[in-house]
Design a protein around this ligand. Structure first.
Ligand SMILES: [Zn+2]
Length: 419
């Protein structure tokens, strides 16, 4: 989680930033536009309630690459895990304006929905005097939404974000987060090249791409943006073709964004390794991302090592194969994905070198199994690699009395849970 920090001098002295003010003018929307938007909102609500992904996506604007991909994931979720209840209610604060040279309508949208129960989260136990087990809790969120006029109709374009734009990065942010958005843009410029170089993608297509970052004022808002069934605690998120997403406080500083963005941009860069990169085991994806934080947080490696030493000592390590599938790992093991994944990726890097590690990652990102990729690129069987890792931890344990840290709830980089 982001810690409260004073606004840094660097932020205050930051060079002039190109900040879009709200693109929308405060003109009240005419009645016919309001009626059309109400119809779109009602159709969105009906599509979500029915779990009809295609009907929902037909109402969504496709102009922004990242937004469209985020909404495809959102729609996939309503089909697979349809909320048990959903209402989307517009406020009375209708305005019109222009966005990307097209007429737009904006209004506050209040979403109230009940996600399906998630079997990966231990079900709350009913109290003795309760007849019924605890039901999944209703969720509520309000943000200002935007509808863009296309071909005479209106399409939903998501939040009416404000934007900070710098070279190579656009930061979209919730109201009140402008200082944080400038800090995030500064932090991104500082972590970018190192992450690309570590994964040997520097100079490739990624290096000239404009990275989009979205800052949310609450965890609830970030969770909602991922998809309606997402209920795990988190502070950052990235998936292929999506924005980097993060929860932010209004006073978040450049320093507070460094580790989070190094981690998330580590995901972005790892998706460059091949078409199947995102199908690599989850612990590898998080291990790579945590590796990118090492140069910015000298304690992270020790935290991961102390944690795995504790688990080895207690004979409580989770087999890596059980930490491979984001869709199946129970919430209580999420911390293992990060700590075991990070420590293992550090081991592989130390023992086989960065170049062979990256070749191994590339082989898996092209669809090769972890066993076949290890045999060729690390020239050892995957079982032997794991045994060598375990043996190193045991030697470490024998050499130094183990610290017994409290079990970290999850990723220590400010990202509790996320692929
Ligand atoms: Zn991650």
């Amino acid at each position: 989680m982001l810690k409260p920090l004073l606004i840094s001098l660097a932020t205050l002295l930051a060079p002039a930033t190109f900040t879009y003010a709200h693109v929308t003018t405060a003109m009240v929307a005419p009645a016919d536009r309001i009626a059309t938007a109400r119809e779109v909102i009602a159709n969105m609500q009906a599509a979500v309630a029915k779990g009809d992904a295609d009907a929902y996506l037909a109402l969504v604007d496709r102009a922004e690459h990242e937004w469209w991909h985020e909404q495809k994931a959102w729609a996939k979720d309503i089909a697979a895990k349809t909320p048990t209840a959903i209402t989307i209610t517009p406020g009375d604060d209708w305005t019109i304006g222009t966005f990307s040279d097209l007429p737009s309508v904006e209004v506050s949208l209040t979403w109230v929905w009940t996600p399906q129960a998630d079997e990966r989260v231990a079900a709350p136990q009913p109290k003795e005097d309760e007849q019924e087990p605890a039901q999944p809790r209703e969720r509520e969120l309000t943000f200002r939404g935007r509808f863009i006029e296309r071909d005479g109709g209106l399409l939903y374009a998501g939040e009416a974000w404000q934007l900070v734009q710098r070279e190579g990065v656009i930061v979209a942010f919730d109201p009140g987060l402008e200082t944080a958005a400038n800090a995030a843009a500064e932090a991104f410029a500082k972590i970018r090249a190192d992450v690309e170089a570590e994964l040997d993608v520097l100079g490739g297509p990624i290096s000239t791409r404009t990275q989009r970052i979205k800052l949310y004022g609450s965890m609830r808002h970030l969770q909602h943006s991922i998809y309606p069934s997402y209920v795990f605690p988190l502070s950052g998120w990235n998936e292929p073709d999506e924005s980097i997403k993060a929860v932010s406080r209004p006073d978040a500083t450049e320093k507070s964004f460094i580790a989070l963005l190094a981690h998330e941009y580590g995901h972005v860069a790892s998706f460059e390794l091949g078409p199947k990169a995102n199908s690599m085991p989850w612990w590898i994806l998080e291990g790579i991302a945590e590796l990118m934080v090492d140069r910015h947080d000298e304690n992270l490696a020790m935290r991961s090592r102390d944690q795995v030493k504790k688990w080895v000592k207690e004979d409580a390590m989770t087999p890596l194969a059980e930490l491979a599938d984001f869709e199946k790992v129970p919430l209580k093991l999420h911390g293992r994905v990060y700590r075991q994944g990070h420590d293992m990726m550090r081991f592989v890097t130390r023992h086989y070198g960065k170049a062979d590690r990256n070749s191994w990652l590339r082989a898996m990102s092209s669809g090769e199994s972890i066993e076949a990729a290890a045999q060729r690129e690390l020239t050892e069987s995957w079982d032997d690699v794991q045994a060598a890792w375990r043996s190193e931890i045991e030697q470490d344990l024998a050499a130094v009395p183990a610290e017994v840290p409290a079990e970290a709830p999850a990723g220590a980089t400010g990202e509790p849970a996320k692929k």
